[in-house]
Ligand binder design. Structure first.
Ligand code: PEP
Ligand code: MN
Length: 286
């Protein structure tokens, strides 16, 4: 994954969505977890309409407590696939165990390896043995060398389609959930040819700070953003406090369009998804 061996920035294609190099930053949005059919279809149509290119949502959730909502499992994957069919959004969802890789890859366009699994070497090898693109989040306590080592596991196993995601690290600061290490973005761009995106939601821990961190990450050179969005954040089954509501997300994308334009990497135009537009308009006027 080092530039020493591959000086050109690589592009990672996810069924038509392209990460990296000088391409438009990719906006990925969606809830922390898939909770119900209504929830995921509603979010999908609205974020597609606002300008997201990919939909996120966990079907298998790696929760700190075993008593917290663990996700809908395969039913969640089916709902994500339905959302893709209706909106054209590509799907990224987390895989938490090597034995689940085949199942999740049967539905997802991109496999997320979460922060808590960044050094699960069997899992890295398992996603490396497939051709499905991988979103590798930074571990909570991992430095950049360890993170690049994890990416190397995937690439060495045969899968070069890796996108790195800075999602904040644990520091002495407790005001935020994590500390977004904005500096990892230019460091990675120097050292690695892989695309780098940022997740301001898990870094901030509070929705009111997500816009500022999103702007900072884009300005630092991120190739995209992952933003948690929920139609009813107060009643979300996970990460509601850091989730934007549908209007908040729409407003944020308007702001990001200006920033991306000023940086010379304008966001891609909204794809023509007539069904998504129609349904979004209907649900907005309800
Ligand atoms: C998530 O994306 O919902 C998630 C659990 O992220 P992370 O692994 O970065 O904590
Ligand atoms: Mn989450």
């Amino acid at each position: 994954v080092s530039r020493d061996h591959h000086p050109e920035s690589s592009r990672v294609r996810v069924n038509g969505v392209v990460f990296g190099s000088d391409r438009a930053p990719v906006i990925i949005a969606g809830p922390c977890a898939v909770e119900s059919r209504d929830q995921i279809l509603d979010v999908a149509m609205r974020v597609a309409d606002a300008g997201a290119r990919m939909l996120r949502g966990g079907a298998f959730k790696p929760r700190t407590s075993p008593y917290s909502f663990q996700g809908l499992g395969e039913r969640g994957l089916e709902l994500l696939a339905e959302a893709r069919e209706r909106t054209g959004l590509r799907i990224v969802t987390e895989v938490v165990a090597p034995d689940d890789v085949e199942l999740v890859a049967g539905y997802a366009d991109m496999l997320q390896v979460g922060a808590r699994n960044m050094q699960n070497f069997r899992l890295l090898q398992a996603v490396g043995e497939r051709s499905t693109a991988v979103l590798l989040k930074r571990g909570l306590m991992s430095n950049i060398d360890e993170w690049l080592g994890a990416a190397e596991y995937v690439v060495a196993a045969g899968n070069p389609r890796v996108v790195l995601c800075e999602r904040g690290i644990r520091t002495f600061e407790t005001a935020t959930r994590n500390t977004l290490d904005v500096s990892s973005i230019p460091v990675l761009r120097d050292r690695s040819h892989l695309p780098v995106i940022a997740d301001p939601s898990h870094a901030a821990g509070r929705r009111e700070w997500v816009p500022a961190l999103s702007r900072a990450a884009l300005a630092a050179g991120a190739d995209g953003l992952v933003i948690e969005v929920h139609p009813d954040p107060e009643n979300a089954l996970s990460d509601g406090r850091q989730s934007l509501d549908l209007e908040g997300f729409r407003d944020l994308v308007v702001e990001l369009r200006d920033i991306a334009g000023a940086l010379g990497r304008p966001l891609a135009d909204r794809p023509e998804t007539s069904e998504a537009d129609g349904l979004a308009r209907r649900s907005a006027s309800r």
